[in-house]
Write a protein of this length. Structure first.
Length: 290
């Protein structure tokens, strides 16, 4: 649906020589990789019905970012096999008198560049996806809505500059564990769900107190990731490392004091953990105080 011709493909793959009559085009050479990459895009980011609408309506900048993602991902996976040919005696390197095979170092730089270009396209794409109708309810949308960090800005905030998509996936799994424990212990699943929805929409239409709490919570989660307290805190002792506990309680107090802004927390079972039981003197009790 996205890359349908050699002309379109070459918009995203620079420095590829023009094919001559009788030669297979670059598009033909990597067609199977393009199909695989487009299917990966559908399964990971954009459901097929949504993709069909984007293509039919020629929606920009969605369309170009999707095409850039697929083109670079396909070429990234195709490069290792492009200069190899299978002969009766085994594999050989494609070469002639005019063009020598590239060194391993140059090929590695090319692969890194393709991965970087693909990840940059993903980075620009993710904040736009919540604008698609029903995307948030799709399996793809639910994946990114599962934490307070729905896009690759997570990597930049942790000073990660390479392999952004791969790093994001690893961090995503860790954040789910952290946030689940924080929800059960401090903020409730109901309130965390609201926070994640706000983060997915880039904190637009938020009360200032919501913005304050969400950003503080994001910063604390990044500290937990950096300190590598995933097993011992918060998921180990259910309270978090001592240096984080008071910060969590401070946020809970803000939520407790502003019921109109955080009604989901006040209606949750978690709120009962922070409501002290009140002694009531009854005549039929075992002990009665005058």
């Amino acid at each position: 649906m996205l890359i349908t011709s050699d002309t379109t493909l070459r918009q995203f793959i620079p420095n590829a020589l023009v094919t001559v009559d009788g030669e297979k085009s670059l598009f033909d050479k990597i067609a199977s990789f393009l199909e695989t990459s487009e299917e990966w895009l559908i399964q990971t980011f954009v459901p097929e019905p949504a993709l069909q609408k984007i293509v039919a309506q020629e929606r920009q900048p969605f369309l170009r970012l999707l095409m850039k993602t697929v083109a670079n991902d396909a070429f990234l996976h195709a490069v290792p096999s492009l200069d190899l040919v299978l002969t009766p005696n085994g594999f050989g390197i494609v070469s002639n008198q005019n063009i020598a095979p590239a060194s391993k170092e140059r090929v590695d730089r090319l692969l890194a560049s393709l991965e970087s270009e693909r990840d940059q396209a993903i980075d620009l794409l993710l904040p736009r996806l919540p604008l698609l109708t029903d995307w948030q309810q799709s399996a793809q949308g639910q994946y990114f809505a599962a934490t307070l960090f729905p896009n690759l800005s997570l990597c930049r905030r942790l000073a990660i500059r390479q392999h952004l998509w791969a790093e994001y996936q690893a961090l995503h799994d860790r954040l789910i564990k952290i946030e689940n424990t924080l929800a059960e212990t401090y903020f409730s699943q109901e309130q965390m769900s609201v926070f994640r929805d706000k983060a997915l929409h880039l904190l637009t239409n938020c009360h200032p107190l919501e913005v304050q709490v969400i950003r503080s919570l994001q910063s604390l989660e990044l500290e937990i990731l950096t300190a590598d307290h995933i097993n011992s805190s918060p998921s180990g002792d259910k309270r978090g490392a001592p240096c984080f506990v008071q910060s969590f309680f401070d946020l809970v107090n803000t939520i407790r004091e502003n019921e109109s802004v955080f009604p989901e927390w006040h209606a949750s079972a978690t709120a009962e953990l922070y409501t002290p039981s009140v002694f009531r003197n009854k005549k039929n009790s075992g002990g009665y105080w005058f």
